[in-house]
Ligand binder design. Structure first.
Ligand code: ZN
Length: 457
C-alpha cells in the first residue's frame, strides 16, 4: 500500500462525512476505533465539535442518573440494626434540590468540563502516534479528534458498568437488611469490571489515534552522515564526510550501520522477543543505533503488544499466588483480575507519560526531522517496563512471605526502626528504586535520540 501524498491527504479532508453520519460515528463505530477516528478526523471543525460534545453531555447525564438511582436505596443505622431507606427517583431529585439549584448542576458542569480536559491530556500522551513533521498544533488537533472519537464508548461503558454497580449496590443494601442487619461484604465484581472497562477504553483510544497516525506521510529526509548529520546529497559515496571524517559509504550503504534488529529482520518468537527486550534494556545506544527507523510500525507495535500481553498474563498467576491467603475464591479471583488491570493501566500510563515528555522536549528542541521515529523508539521502550515489573514483583513476593524482614534487618544493622523522612524501610524499598528507575527513563530517551537523530534507513 503506497503512502498518501500530502495533497491526497488534503483532498480527503475536503470530503467531510454527512452530518448525521458524523453524529452517529462515536456510537455506531464503537467496534471499530479506526473508522470512528477517520470519520471524526475528516469532519469540519464546528460539526466535529458538536459530534464530540453530544456524547459528553450524555456521559454527564449518565453519571447523574446513576447517582440518583444509587440514592434511591440507602443503608441507615437505626439502633440496634441496619435498615434500608427507599425513595423514588423524584423524591431523591427533590431532596437534592431542597435549597434550589446546586450540587447536581455543579457536578454536571464539572463532568462536562472534565471530559475535554482528559481528552486533551490523552491526546498529548498519544501525540507521538500521529506527529511526524510540520505544525505540532495540527497533529495535536488530530490526536484530540482521535481521543474524542472514544466519547461514545466512554458513555456506553459508564452506563453499562455503572448500572451493574448501582444495581448490585442497592441489592446489597436490601440483602443486609433482610439478613437482620448483619453487614454483608459487598461484591468487588463491579470494581473489577470497571477497571477492565477502563483498560479497554485506553486500548481503544490508542488504536483510534494510532490509526490516524498511520495515514500521516513520512518525511523526505536528504541523506545524512550517521556520525554528525552532515547533508551528503552531493558527496561521492567513495569519499569521507567533510565534518567528521566518517566514510560516506558506511552511512549510505544499506545494512552497514543500521542492520536493524532481530525482531524486525527475522522470525518473531519467544527467543527473539527475549533478546530484543535484553538489547533494549541493557544496551539502548547499541540497539537504537542499529534500528531501522523508516520501516512500518507493524513490528514495533507487535513488540509492544507482546510486552503488555506477557505483563498481563504474568501478573495473573503471580498475584493469585500472593493472594492465596485470602481463602475466599471470589475475593481471590476479583483481587487477581483487579491487580492485573491495575498493573496494565499503571504500566501504560508511565510508558506513555515518559514517551510524551521525551517527544515534547524533542519537538521543542527540534532534534528530529521526522517524529515518526520517536513513535518507534517509544514502542520499543515498552521493554523497559519489565525492569519495574521484576523489581516490584520480587519485592512484593518477599514482603508477602514475611512482611517485616526488611525492618528487622534494618533495625539489627543500624539500631533504627525508621529510615529517612520517618518512612518505614519497606516504604523506602518500594519508593526509592522505583523513583531511580523512573529517573533513568529520560536518560534512556536521551541516548535513543542521539542514536537515531541521523539515519538513512
Ligand atoms: Zn559526519
Amino acid at each position: 500500500m503506497s503512502e498518501p501524498t500530502p495533497s491526497e491527504m488534503e483532498s480527503r479532508r475536503e470530503a467531510p462525512p454527512a452530518f448525521w453520519r458524523l453524529l452517529l460515528a462515536p456510537w455506531v463505530y464503537v467496534g471499530s476505533p479506526s473508522k470512528a477516528a477517520a470519520c471524526m478526523a475528516k469532519a469540519r471543525w464546528p460539526a466535529a465539535g458538536v459530534a464530540c460534545f453530544l456524547p459528553v453531555l450524555a456521559f454527564a447525564a449518565t453519571i447523574i442518573f446513576l447517582a440518583v438511582w444509587d440514592a434511591t436505596v440507602e443503608l441507615a443505622w437505626r439502633d440496634p440494626h441496619y435498615t434500608a431507606v427507599e425513595r423514588s427517583f423524584s423524591e431523591v431529585w427533590q431532596d437534592w434540590h431542597k435549597h434550589g439549584m446546586g450540587r447536581v448542576e455543579l457536578l454536571f458542569a464539572f463532568l462536562v468540563a472534565l471530559v475535554p480536559v482528559l481528552s486533551g491530556f490523552v491526546a498529548w500522551l498519544l501525540l507521538p502516534s500521529v506527529h511526524r513533521s510540520g505544525s505540532v498544533w495540527r497533529s495535536y488537533a488530530l490526536a484530540f479528534r482521535g481521543a474524542a472519537a472514544g466519547a461514545g464508548l466512554l458513555t456506553g461503558l459508564t452506563f453499562s458498568v455503572g448500572a451493574i454497580g448501582v444495581f448490585l449496590s442497592n441489592e446489597h443494601v436490601r440483602e443486609t437488611v433482610l439478613g437482620h442487619g448483619h453487614y454483608v461484604t459487598p461484591s468487588l465484581a463491579p470494581l473489577v469490571v470497571g477497571m477492565g472497562a477502563f483498560a479497554f477504553l485506553v486500548f481503544w483510544v490508542s488504536r483510534s489515534i494510532g490509526s490516524l497516525g498511520d495515514k500521516v506521510p513520512a518525511v523526505e529526509v536528504p541523506p545524512r552522515c550517521e556520525g554528525c548529520g552532515y547533508d551528503l546529497t552531493h558527496r561521492p559515496t567513495s569519499g569521507l564526510c567533510p565534518e567528521c571524517g566518517l566514510s560516506v559509504e558506511s552511512s549510505l550503504a544499506p545494512g552497514v550501520r543500521r542492520p536493524g534488529c532481530r525482531w524486525e529482520n527475522g522470525k518473531r518468537g519467544v527467543l527473539t522477543w527475549l533478546s530484543t527486550v535484553r538489547g533494549v534494556i541493557f544496551t539502548p545506544s547499541r540497539f537504537y543505533g542499529a534500528l531501522r527507523l523508516r520501516s512500518p510500525m507493524d513490528a514495533p507495535r507487535a513488540f509492544t503488544r507482546w510486552n503488555y500481553g506477557l505483563i498481563g498474563a504474568g501478573t495473573v498467576p503471580f498475584a493469585a499466588a500472593l493472594l492465596m491467603a485470602s481463602r475466599n475464591a471470589d475475593l481471590l479471583l476479583s483481587m487477581t483480575l483487579f491487580t492485573m488491570f491495575l498493573v496494565l493501566i499503571v504500566a501504560w500510563s508511565l510508558h506513555r507519560l515518559f514517551g510524551a515528555l521525551a517527544m515534547s522536549l524533542w519537538v521543542v528542541e527540534g532534534t528530529l526531522p521526522d517524529y515518526g521515529w520517536a513513535g518507534k523508539v517509544i514502542a520499543y521502550e515498552s521493554a523497559y517496563l519489565w525492569a519495574f515489573c521484576l523489581y516490584n514483583g520480587v519485592l512484593s513476593a518477599a514482603l508477602t512471605v514475611n512482611d517485616h524482614w526488611l525492618t528487622d534487618w534494618f533495625e539489627a544493622l543500624t539500631g533504627l526502626k525508621y529510615g529517612p523522612f520517618g518512612l518505614m524501610i519497606e516504604e523506602l524499598a518500594m519508593l526509592g528504586p522505583n523513583a531511580a528507575l523512573l529517573l533513568l527513563w529520560p536518560w534512556r530517551y536521551y541516548l535513543a535520540d542521539r542514536a537515531i537523530r541521523w539515519n538513512n534507513y
